[in-house]
Ligand binder design. Structure first.
Ligand SMILES: O=P(O)(O)OC[C@H]1O[C@H](O[C@H]2O[C@H](CO)[C@@H](O)[C@H](O)[C@H]2O)[C@H](O)[C@@H](O)[C@@H]1O
Length: 349
């Protein structure tokens, strides 16, 4: 506990190079099964030395904003583990009122989207804000401004207007819905007898949670999930934080969702756009990669332990995310003399 607090203190203070402790094990509760098989997490690596390559977005804030001057910042946020702390019961992963106020404030000044593994409705229910865009199911269910978007083969992608005719809903995995519902039902039945296991239907993907499953039951759970998936070759299985995630094997992830949203905002081809993406999970790496490829923007990972990541910056936990978002809004407020988002970018909020 002492070491964790010291790490947090050092992190917050920006003591990245001259730290007084060196042999600290990451405080993460990541067990081997919590990680994706291909995720390399160095248990022995030192958080401080890791931060040399992934400096705190708080201590780097002034430097980042100096580069951002005159550019168009677009904010992308993951939900679980980023805006809300990780908790045992996924239905109770509420965000704090302070976090909600910070996101609301940020969205006043920058186009802001939440890209989550949850269903779009569920994440919107948690966030309860109207001035942001929501992408659920790891980006496979996007509510975006009504601007037609072309895919790489030149065809217009399938979109439909929402009930008010304002925003468009883009759902590239529509045709998989019946199969997903079947999978979800089969999983429910199969895991019923495993204490602590739970299935969460996220509309275009399904989560099987094992945070509260006993160690000795994990193998059985995994086998059950895999044996169901054998009958669904169009689906793939990934691991998140104590969760197995089943989703259609289509080439669409949070990175594509980020690009899609930039396109619909009319910013896809702008050279002066700076996407800021904050996320804590393996699926967020897809968005980090896109930002790295664009060559502009700030991929920020939320983590309390060293991890292999494409992010350039880090934040320790949702509390630091809150501080970062508040500073971002304050920075814009002071530098734009309180101009609102529509005045700044000409986009509707
Ligand atoms: O993309 P995200 O918004 O980060 O969603 C990823 C998964 O997050 C949720 O599960 C995680 O958070 C839960 C609540 O803190 C925790 O109990 C669980 O162990 C974590 O894996 C969500 O419930 C999943 O459906 C999402 O896929």
């Amino acid at each position: 506990m002492f070491k964790r607090n010291l790490a947090k203190f050092n992190h917050a203070m920006g003591f990245q190079r001259s730290c007084c402790w060196q042999k600290v094990r990451p405080d993460s509760d990541l067990s081997t099964k919590e990680r994706a098989p291909n995720e390399i997490v160095s248990e022995d690596a030192n958080y401080s030395s890791w931060m040399v390559d992934h400096p705190s977005a708080l201590t780097s804030f002034d430097h980042m904003m100096k580069d951002a001057k005159g550019k168009k910042i677009v904010v992308f946020l993951d939900y679980d583990g980023t805006l809300s702390p990780i908790v045992n019961n996924p239905d109770r992963a509420f965000m704090s009122d302070e976090m909600r106020a910070a996101v609301k404030e940020v969205a006043k000044y920058f186009p802001t989207a939440i890209i989550s593994g949850r269903s779009r409705d569920k994440v919107k229910g948690f966030v309860q804000l109207n001035n942001i865009y929501y992408a659920g199911s790891h980006g496979m269910d996007i509510m975006a401004p009504p601007r037609p978007v072309r895919s790489s083969d030149g065809n217009y992608l399938t979109v439909s207007l929402d009930r008010k005719g304002n925003d468009v809903v883009f759902q590239p995995a529509q045709k998989f819905l019946p199969a997903i519902q079947k999978i979800s039902k089969e999983l429910e039945e199969a895991i019923m007898k495993i204490p602590g296991a739970r299935v969460e239907n996220n509309r275009f993907c399904v989560s099987v949670h094992f945070r509260q499953v006993r160690e000795e039951d994990y193998r059985t759970l995994e086998e059950k999930v895999k044996s169901i998936l054998k009958h669904y070759p169009d689906f793939r299985l990934d691991w998140g934080k104590k969760v197995m995630e089943i989703r259609p094997s289509i080439e669409w992830d949070k990175g594509n969702a980020l690009e899609y949203l930039l396109d619909t905002l009319g910013l896809g081809n702008c050279t002066d756009v700076l996407p800021v993406y904050i996320g804590d999970d393996r699926t967020d790496e897809d968005a980090f990669k896109v930002i790295q490829k664009r060559g502009q923007g700030y991929p920020i990972v939320v983590t309390s332990s060293p991890k292999d990541t494409k992010a350039s910056y880090s934040l320790y936990d949702p509390l630091e995310v809150l501080t970062f978002l508040s500073r971002l809004a304050r920075w814009r407020k002071s530098s734009s003399s309180s101009r609102s988002i529509s005045q700044v970018w000409g986009v509707s909020s």
